[in-house]
Design a protein around this ligand. Structure first.
Ligand SMILES: Cc1cc2nc3c(=O)[nH]c(=O)nc-3n(C[C@H](O)[C@H](O)[C@H](O)COP(=O)(O)OP(=O)(O)OC[C@H]3O[C@@H](n4cnc5c(N)ncnc54)[C@H](O)[C@@H]3O)c2cc1C
Length: 485
């Protein structure tokens, strides 16, 4: 008899698991509380403008290729990918750095800023590539069941890299603050400060400079659509407007879920919703982690987001733009050490219509702005508006143009929306940070220790935050389910 799996949520990790489990022969139904699928990667379409509501950086194309190859497919069967050149631009208060699409171009830019730095860069990225090969081919493919998973002949040789930090390794080689910022930026995707992120994670620098930044034509939501199409082709049923209210347990084993007041029976329940929320769907005796446990964890930042339609093409910008024209240290302290709304925030601006005309009406620009924030802060309309004005003014100053008269509409999304729309713990955007003490087997477990046939996936579990890790998380949990059921 075919075993039935109920999956909670339709983010990348849930859709990935749904595909693998269906291929393994399980009968899979996905329950998504929102009207549309994709979770943090949902899409907003308004007045001819298309916005990716969350992720916009397509990094590590090999992980996406491997995912679709596991089903005998190619990414090009579903969407068209372009490698961006330049990959992105970083604005500083007195200059900007443009990151090209090859090491040669990036080395030239480094030399322009600091003579002799390209030699150090090549050496640093070559080490980062070694780490990437070990991380992607060995470490991240382990389900986090035991510390011994991390012990391989390659990791033993690199053990010092787990105790040194990215910050230390970068600053040992580079003195110019602009180069330091550009090399410390990629690990921000892992959710922690460079001073708390093990040097081993320099593999993110290889992902950045070595593998490049890509764009799926039509936006990141194309990946969600591709995965949903694949899942349905494999026999998965996807239900939207289906909030799960309860994970049902009998004799210490899951027997299904309750959605919209009705029971749905299943042999296995897998939750891809935020872990903390998923456990609140259980009676207290079945929860593995206490409120104190979650409260002590280092969460990745939340974000203040603006989706803006402009009635003209903007000048002096690229597809991806980072505004590091204020103090990087100060802002990271306001996220991690002394949580508060930042005094002078760094921010990120994405204009996909610069390279993909279909994402905005003719002659217009689609703008997405992101300010990283500490999770758990107060969120009011007045605060959102204050920060919108602040970053618009900074944007205009740095890019030497007026844009506020050209705003057709603006929508915001912040902490309260992360809680209301995704049940995100403290309104986090990127899940739980990858610090040394929150790596691999030290992250919340994929398999419940208390309830048989109950599993978890997603950015709070292994391997961690980001789209590629979410794809891997779905694969790892399906392998565990197949092993135990
Ligand atoms: C603003 C932002 C920018 C980002 N930028 C990037 C980037 O550029 N590149 C990158 O690689 N990553 C990026 N990320 C991270 C990446 O988007 C996430 O790591 C990934 O999408 C997480 O997927 P997930 O499956 O773990 O969770 P989610 O996408 O959160 O999916 C969980 C799903 O569960 C649903 N759910 C919750 N509770 C219930 C319930 N009770 N019943 C039913 N359904 C429920 C939610 O609605 C949601 O759909 C970004 C994230 C954000 C928020």
């Amino acid at each position: 008899m075919q075993k039935k799996v109920a999956i909670i949520g339709s983010g990348f990790s849930s859709l990935s698991a749904a595909c693998y489990l269906s291929k393994l022969g399980y009968g899979v139904t996905v329950f998504e509380k929102n009207e549309t699928i994709g979770g943090r990667a949902r899409q907003l379409v308004r007045e001819g403008f298309t916005f990716d509501m969350g992720p916009s950086w397509y990094w590590m194309p090999d992980i996406f290729d491997k995912f679709f190859a596991d089903f005998g497919k190619k990414t090009s069967d579903f969407y068209h990918l372009d490698k961006l050149d330049p990959a992105y631009k970083i604005f500083f208060s007195d200059d900007s750095i443009t990151i090209g699409d090859s090491m040669e171009k990036i080395c030239q830019e480094f030399e322009r800023i600091e003579k002799g730095s390209s030699e150090h860069l090549v050496e640093f990225i070559s080490k980062a590539q070694e780490n990437y090969d070990i991380a992607i081919n060995k470490v991240v493919l382990r389900p986090g069941l035991s510390p011994f998973e991390l012990v391989t002949k390659e990791t033993i040789l690199k053990v010092d890299q787990f105790f040194k930090t990215i910050r230390g390794e970068v600053r040992k080689r580079f003195k110019n603050p602009k180069l330091i910022a550009s090399l410390e930026f990629p690990v921000l995707f892992l959710g922690a400060k460079p001073s708390k992120t093990p040097a081993f994670y320099s593999f993110m620098n290889f992902a950045d400079f070595g593998l490049g930044t890509w764009h799926p034509k039509g936006g990141m939501y194309e990946i969600i659509s591709a995965m949903a199409n694949l899942a349905e082709e494999l026999g998965v049923t996807i239900c939207t407007n289906a909030p799960v209210e309860k994970i049902r347990v009998k004799d210490n084993s899951t027997i299904g879920i309750t959605t919209n007041g009705s029971p749905f029976d299943a042999d296995i329940v897998l939750s891809g919703a935020d872990y903390h929320h998923s456990e609140t769907l259980l009676d207290a005796e079945y929860r593995q982690y206490s409120e104190a446990y979650w409260d002590h964890k280092v969460f990745a930042p939340s974000s203040l987001l603006f989706y803006v339609g402009f009635d003209k093409k903007l000048q002096n910008i690229e597809h991806h733009n980072l505004f590091f024209d204020t103090d990087f240290e100060q802002h990271t302290q306001e996220i991690y050490d002394d949580p508060k709304w930042p005094r002078e925030p760094l921010f990120y601006a994405n204009f996909p219509s610069v390279t993909d005309g279909g994402m905005a009406p003719q002659g217009c620009e689609t703008g997405f702005f992101l300010v990283p924030l500490a999770p758990g802060l107060e969120d009011t309309p007045a605060l959102r508006n204050k920060y919108f004005d602040l970053i618009m003014a900074r944007f205009e100053k740095n890019t030497l143009q007026k844009i506020t008269p050209n705003i057709m509409f603006m929508e915001s999304f912040c902490l309260k929306d992360f809680v209301e729309q995704y049940n995100a713990y403290k309104g986090n955007a990127y899940g739980m940070a990858n610090t040394l003490k929150q790596t691999a087997f030290m992250r919340p477990k994929l398999k419940s220790k208390k309830v048989k046939s109950l599993y978890f996936t997603g950015q709070l579990t292994v391997p961690g935050p980001g789209v590629p890790p979410s794809l891997i998380s779905g694969k790892l949990v399906s392998e565990l389910i197949a092993r135990f059921n």
